[in-house]
Write a protein that binds this ligand. Structure first.
Ligand code: MF3
Ligand code: CO
Ligand code: CO
Length: 259
Protein backbone atom coordinates (compact mmCIF):
# COMPACT_ATOMS: atom_id res chain seq x y z
CA UNK A 1 0.00 0.00 0.00
CA UNK A 2 1.37 3.40 -0.93
CA UNK A 3 0.09 6.76 0.27
CA UNK A 4 1.57 9.91 -1.17
CA UNK A 5 1.99 12.83 1.26
CA UNK A 6 0.50 16.12 0.03
CA UNK A 7 2.49 19.19 -0.97
CA UNK A 8 2.09 22.53 0.87
CA UNK A 9 -0.13 23.78 -1.99
CA UNK A 10 -2.33 20.68 -1.79
CA UNK A 11 -2.56 21.06 1.99
CA UNK A 12 -3.80 24.62 1.51
CA UNK A 13 -6.64 23.21 -0.61
CA UNK A 14 -7.50 20.78 2.20
CA UNK A 15 -7.42 23.62 4.74
CA UNK A 16 -9.99 25.63 2.77
CA UNK A 17 -12.32 22.66 2.19
CA UNK A 18 -12.04 21.60 5.84
CA UNK A 19 -12.92 25.08 7.11
CA UNK A 20 -16.00 25.20 4.88
CA UNK A 21 -17.22 21.80 6.13
CA UNK A 22 -16.75 22.96 9.75
CA UNK A 23 -18.67 26.16 8.98
CA UNK A 24 -21.66 24.15 7.74
CA UNK A 25 -21.83 22.40 11.14
CA UNK A 26 -21.39 25.72 13.00
CA UNK A 27 -24.29 27.11 10.95
CA UNK A 28 -26.69 24.16 11.41
CA UNK A 29 -26.01 23.14 15.04
CA UNK A 30 -27.91 26.02 16.72
CA UNK A 31 -30.85 25.55 14.33
CA UNK A 32 -31.53 21.87 15.14
CA UNK A 33 -34.65 21.52 17.32
CA UNK A 34 -37.58 19.29 18.21
CA UNK A 35 -40.15 19.02 15.39
CA UNK A 36 -37.91 19.77 12.44
CA UNK A 37 -37.21 16.97 9.98
CA UNK A 38 -33.89 15.60 8.78
CA UNK A 39 -35.11 16.69 5.34
CA UNK A 40 -35.16 20.28 6.67
CA UNK A 41 -31.58 19.90 7.94
CA UNK A 42 -30.47 18.54 4.56
CA UNK A 43 -32.11 21.41 2.64
CA UNK A 44 -30.61 24.10 4.87
CA UNK A 45 -27.12 22.57 4.58
CA UNK A 46 -27.42 21.96 0.83
CA UNK A 47 -28.42 25.56 0.12
CA UNK A 48 -25.68 26.95 2.37
CA UNK A 49 -22.98 24.80 0.72
CA UNK A 50 -24.11 25.62 -2.81
CA UNK A 51 -25.32 29.24 -2.53
CA UNK A 52 -23.19 30.72 0.26
CA UNK A 53 -19.99 28.69 0.00
CA UNK A 54 -19.96 28.06 -3.75
CA UNK A 55 -19.01 24.48 -2.92
CA UNK A 56 -20.36 21.01 -3.73
CA UNK A 57 -22.02 18.60 -1.26
CA UNK A 58 -19.96 15.45 -1.85
CA UNK A 59 -22.53 12.83 -0.73
CA UNK A 60 -25.16 13.90 -3.31
CA UNK A 61 -25.22 11.15 -5.97
CA UNK A 62 -22.07 9.58 -4.48
CA UNK A 63 -22.51 5.89 -5.38
CA UNK A 64 -26.20 6.77 -5.68
CA UNK A 65 -26.65 8.45 -2.26
CA UNK A 66 -29.79 10.60 -2.71
CA UNK A 67 -29.13 13.55 -0.34
CA UNK A 68 -26.45 16.15 0.44
CA UNK A 69 -25.57 15.16 4.02
CA UNK A 70 -25.99 12.14 6.29
CA UNK A 71 -28.26 12.33 9.35
CA UNK A 72 -28.06 9.38 11.74
CA UNK A 73 -30.46 9.27 14.70
CA UNK A 74 -30.23 7.12 17.88
CA UNK A 75 -29.55 3.48 16.82
CA UNK A 76 -28.49 4.59 13.32
CA UNK A 77 -24.69 4.26 13.22
CA UNK A 78 -24.00 6.09 9.93
CA UNK A 79 -25.25 6.91 6.42
CA UNK A 80 -28.78 7.85 7.54
CA UNK A 81 -30.71 9.39 4.63
CA UNK A 82 -32.41 12.72 5.38
CA UNK A 83 -36.19 12.54 4.95
CA UNK A 84 -39.17 14.87 5.21
CA UNK A 85 -40.90 12.05 7.10
CA UNK A 86 -38.26 11.90 9.86
CA UNK A 87 -39.14 14.41 12.62
CA UNK A 88 -36.74 15.02 15.48
CA UNK A 89 -38.23 14.25 18.88
CA UNK A 90 -37.28 15.24 22.40
CA UNK A 91 -34.37 13.12 23.64
CA UNK A 92 -33.06 12.04 20.23
CA UNK A 93 -29.33 12.08 19.55
CA UNK A 94 -28.32 12.85 15.98
CA UNK A 95 -25.10 12.73 13.98
CA UNK A 96 -24.82 15.27 11.17
CA UNK A 97 -22.08 14.36 8.68
CA UNK A 98 -21.06 17.00 6.15
CA UNK A 99 -18.59 16.63 3.28
CA UNK A 100 -17.91 19.55 0.94
CA UNK A 101 -15.81 19.78 -2.19
CA UNK A 102 -14.06 23.10 -2.88
CA UNK A 103 -11.65 23.52 -5.79
CA UNK A 104 -11.59 19.73 -6.03
CA UNK A 105 -10.56 19.19 -2.39
CA UNK A 106 -12.72 17.39 0.20
CA UNK A 107 -13.47 18.37 3.83
CA UNK A 108 -15.36 15.69 5.83
CA UNK A 109 -16.60 16.17 9.40
CA UNK A 110 -19.43 15.21 11.72
CA UNK A 111 -20.84 16.07 15.13
CA UNK A 112 -23.39 14.70 17.58
CA UNK A 113 -26.24 16.88 18.84
CA UNK A 114 -28.81 16.18 21.53
CA UNK A 115 -32.37 17.21 20.69
CA UNK A 116 -34.22 18.82 23.61
CA UNK A 117 -33.58 17.05 26.91
CA UNK A 118 -31.34 14.03 26.46
CA UNK A 119 -30.92 11.13 28.91
CA UNK A 120 -27.63 11.22 30.81
CA UNK A 121 -26.54 7.82 29.41
CA UNK A 122 -26.96 9.19 25.88
CA UNK A 123 -25.00 12.34 26.70
CA UNK A 124 -22.27 10.19 28.16
CA UNK A 125 -22.05 8.05 24.99
CA UNK A 126 -21.72 11.19 22.85
CA UNK A 127 -19.04 12.64 25.13
CA UNK A 128 -16.93 9.49 25.44
CA UNK A 129 -17.06 9.06 21.64
CA UNK A 130 -15.78 12.63 21.15
CA UNK A 131 -13.01 11.87 23.65
CA UNK A 132 -12.11 8.76 21.60
CA UNK A 133 -11.58 11.05 18.61
CA UNK A 134 -9.53 13.55 20.65
CA UNK A 135 -7.35 10.81 22.17
CA UNK A 136 -6.58 9.58 18.65
CA UNK A 137 -5.79 13.09 17.38
CA UNK A 138 -3.43 13.57 20.34
CA UNK A 139 -1.12 10.73 19.23
CA UNK A 140 -0.98 11.57 15.50
CA UNK A 141 2.53 12.56 14.39
CA UNK A 142 5.17 11.14 12.04
CA UNK A 143 6.09 7.69 13.32
CA UNK A 144 2.69 6.87 14.85
CA UNK A 145 1.15 3.79 13.24
CA UNK A 146 -2.43 3.22 12.11
CA UNK A 147 -2.63 0.44 14.71
CA UNK A 148 -1.76 2.99 17.42
CA UNK A 149 -4.76 5.10 16.38
CA UNK A 150 -7.15 2.13 16.44
CA UNK A 151 -5.72 0.99 19.75
CA UNK A 152 -6.29 4.23 21.67
CA UNK A 153 -9.86 4.48 20.40
CA UNK A 154 -10.75 0.87 21.15
CA UNK A 155 -9.09 0.94 24.58
CA UNK A 156 -10.93 4.06 25.74
CA UNK A 157 -14.31 2.94 24.34
CA UNK A 158 -14.04 -0.50 25.93
CA UNK A 159 -12.81 0.92 29.26
CA UNK A 160 -16.17 2.66 29.30
CA UNK A 161 -18.04 -0.59 28.54
CA UNK A 162 -18.87 0.50 24.99
CA UNK A 163 -18.00 -1.23 21.70
CA UNK A 164 -16.36 -0.03 18.48
CA UNK A 165 -17.93 -0.57 15.05
CA UNK A 166 -15.62 -2.53 12.74
CA UNK A 167 -17.35 -2.56 9.35
CA UNK A 168 -16.93 1.19 8.72
CA UNK A 169 -13.79 3.24 9.17
CA UNK A 170 -11.94 6.49 8.53
CA UNK A 171 -10.16 7.03 5.23
CA UNK A 172 -7.55 8.89 3.29
CA UNK A 173 -9.03 12.02 1.70
CA UNK A 174 -7.98 14.65 -0.81
CA UNK A 175 -9.18 15.13 -4.37
CA UNK A 176 -10.83 11.75 -3.83
CA UNK A 177 -13.53 11.41 -1.10
CA UNK A 178 -12.44 7.95 0.12
CA UNK A 179 -8.89 6.89 -0.67
CA UNK A 180 -6.15 4.83 0.95
CA UNK A 181 -5.42 4.19 3.72
CA UNK A 182 -8.33 2.79 5.74
CA UNK A 183 -8.28 4.15 9.30
CA UNK A 184 -9.64 1.40 11.55
CA UNK A 185 -10.97 2.49 14.95
CA UNK A 186 -9.71 -0.67 16.66
CA UNK A 187 -6.39 -2.46 16.55
CA UNK A 188 -3.04 -3.30 18.01
CA UNK A 189 -0.45 -0.68 18.94
CA UNK A 190 2.70 -0.63 16.84
CA UNK A 191 1.15 -2.35 13.81
CA UNK A 192 0.19 -1.10 10.35
CA UNK A 193 1.28 1.82 8.19
CA UNK A 194 3.62 4.40 9.70
CA UNK A 195 2.36 7.99 9.41
CA UNK A 196 4.37 10.60 7.52
CA UNK A 197 4.15 14.37 7.38
CA UNK A 198 1.67 15.54 4.73
CA UNK A 199 -0.67 12.54 4.86
CA UNK A 200 -4.34 13.54 5.07
CA UNK A 201 -7.14 11.35 6.39
CA UNK A 202 -10.25 11.25 8.56
CA UNK A 203 -10.72 9.74 11.99
CA UNK A 204 -14.40 9.03 12.63
CA UNK A 205 -15.03 6.53 15.44
CA UNK A 206 -18.48 4.94 15.67
CA UNK A 207 -19.10 3.78 19.23
CA UNK A 208 -22.07 1.67 20.34
CA UNK A 209 -23.68 1.60 23.78
CA UNK A 210 -24.29 -2.13 23.35
CA UNK A 211 -22.65 -4.68 21.08
CA UNK A 212 -20.54 -3.70 18.06
CA UNK A 213 -22.55 -5.55 15.41
CA UNK A 214 -24.22 -3.66 12.57
CA UNK A 215 -27.18 -4.16 10.28
CA UNK A 216 -27.54 -2.64 6.78
CA UNK A 217 -31.04 -1.64 5.70
CA UNK A 218 -31.43 -3.60 2.47
CA UNK A 219 -34.51 -1.58 1.46
CA UNK A 220 -32.65 1.74 1.10
CA UNK A 221 -29.18 0.21 0.71
CA UNK A 222 -27.57 2.84 3.01
CA UNK A 223 -28.84 3.14 6.57
CA UNK A 224 -26.62 1.27 9.03
CA UNK A 225 -28.07 0.54 12.48
CA UNK A 226 -26.93 -1.31 15.56
CA UNK A 227 -28.04 -4.94 15.47
CA UNK A 228 -29.19 -4.80 19.10
CA UNK A 229 -31.14 -1.55 18.67
CA UNK A 230 -29.08 0.37 21.24
CA UNK A 231 -27.62 3.87 20.71
CA UNK A 232 -24.57 4.70 18.60
CA UNK A 233 -22.50 7.89 18.37
CA UNK A 234 -19.88 9.22 15.94
CA UNK A 235 -17.61 12.26 15.61
CA UNK A 236 -15.35 12.97 12.62
CA UNK A 237 -12.48 15.27 11.69
CA UNK A 238 -10.33 15.61 8.58
CA UNK A 239 -6.67 16.08 9.50
CA UNK A 240 -3.17 16.40 8.10
CA UNK A 241 0.00 15.02 9.69
CA UNK A 242 2.43 17.85 10.53
CA UNK A 243 6.11 17.82 11.54
CA UNK A 244 5.26 17.10 15.19
CA UNK A 245 1.52 16.48 15.43
CA UNK A 246 -1.54 17.13 13.31
CA UNK A 247 -3.55 19.97 11.87
CA UNK A 248 -7.32 19.60 12.22
CA UNK A 249 -8.68 21.03 8.97
CA UNK A 250 -12.30 20.76 10.17
CA UNK A 251 -11.83 22.34 13.61
CA UNK A 252 -14.87 24.35 14.76
CA UNK A 253 -15.07 27.51 16.86
CA UNK A 254 -16.43 25.53 19.84
CA UNK A 255 -13.21 23.50 19.94
CA UNK A 256 -9.85 24.54 21.41
CA UNK A 257 -7.61 21.92 19.91
CA UNK A 258 -3.84 21.98 20.02
CA UNK A 259 -2.18 18.95 18.52
N1 MF3 B 1 -19.29 11.35 5.15
C1 MF3 B 1 -19.19 9.91 5.20
C2 MF3 B 1 -17.80 9.60 5.67
O1 MF3 B 1 -17.44 10.09 6.69
C3 MF3 B 1 -19.47 9.27 3.91
C4 MF3 B 1 -20.85 9.46 3.41
S1 MF3 B 1 -20.94 8.73 1.89
C5 MF3 B 1 -22.58 8.79 1.56
O2 MF3 B 1 -16.99 8.96 5.07
F1 MF3 B 1 -22.68 8.39 0.35
F2 MF3 B 1 -23.23 8.06 2.43
F3 MF3 B 1 -22.97 10.03 1.70
CO1 CO C 1 -15.37 10.28 6.36
CO1 CO D 1 -18.18 12.03 6.99
Amino acid sequence: MSVKPKTPEELEGMRVAGRLAAEVLEMIAPRVEVGMTTGDIDRICHNYIVDVQGAIPAPLNYHGFPKSICTSINDVICHGIPSDAKKLKNGDIINIDVTVIKDGWHGDTSIMLGVGEVASHANRLMQITQECLYKALAIVRPGTTLGDIGHVIQTYAEENYYSVVREYCGHGIGKIFHEEPQILHYGKAGTGMVLERGMTFTIEPMVNAGKRHTKLNTRDGWTVTTKDGRLSAQWEHTIGVTEDGCEVFTQRKDEQLSF
